[in-house]
Design a protein around this ligand. Structure first.
Ligand SMILES: CC(C)(COP(=O)(O)OP(=O)(O)OC[C@H]1O[C@@H](n2cnc3c(N)ncnc32)[C@H](O)[C@@H]1OP(=O)(O)O)[C@@H](O)C(=O)NCCC(=O)NCCS
Length: 162
């Protein structure tokens, strides 16, 4: 991966740049996995509750000399109480396939382990199931999220925190 990339905590004034790489990443998703209508609905709200995750200091971004190349975050889960959920993993398509997604997820996993959470859930977009399998997550059942009347399917995947 590029040495000029700095993985840092996101700030509230990063929100516009975060939305930009999230929407670019969604636009590049294979239309055979999610239809145009599904990707449009996803792009309108790439990640519910982003402002709060950033405010809580739980979103990491990859900063390439002032331009954001990607990000990933996490949140607590009420049930089971020892679990956490990985949120909003997105890499700008210009950076795909260079190890950045894996680097971001590993950094989030380290933060989750440091917070004392032992199990990690990822609600994985169907295009990203293979990516999470490479990172040691096991695929479980399909879930559905309603985005303004459009159903988006995802795969629930689990891993033990290190
Ligand atoms: C999924 C995503 C984050 C991957 O980011 P990336 O930086 O391209 O991934 P990396 O280069 O770190 O890939 C790590 C490994 O996973 C593999 N991989 C990456 N994307 C994959 C995919 N879609 N399916 C299967 N394997 C994949 C890579 O080949 C690499 O394997 P290696 O360890 O053998 O070299 C990125 O494609 C993206 O932003 N997609 C759109 C948004 C999205 O779906 N986010 C996930 C929401 S849950």
């Amino acid at each position: 991966m590029n040495d000029n990339l700095l993985i840092r905590e996101a700030r509230p004034d990063d929100m516009r740049a975060i939305l930009a790489f999230q929407q670019a990443a969604i636009a590049a998703v294979d239309p055979r996995v999610y239809t145009d209508a599904e990707r449009r609905a996803w792009a309108r709200t790439p990640a519910v509750g982003m402002a709060q995750i950033v405010a809580d200091g739980r979103y990491l971004v990859a900063d390439a000399s002032g331009r954001l190349a990607g990000g990933a975050g996490w949140d607590t889960l009420p049930d089971p109480p020892d679990a956490a959920v990985v949120r909003a993993v997105f890499v700008d398509p210009a950076w795909h396939g260079r190890g950045l997604g894996a680097t971001l997820v590993r950094a989030v996993e380290a933060a989750i382990a440091a917070a004392g959470r032992r199990r990690i859930l990822v609600p994985a977009a169907l295009n990203a199931v293979g990516f999470y399998e490479r990172l040691g997550y096991a695929a479980n059942e399909i879930g559905i999220v309603d985005l303004d009347g459009v159903d988006l399917r995802y795969r629930r995947m689990w891993k033990s925190a290190a």
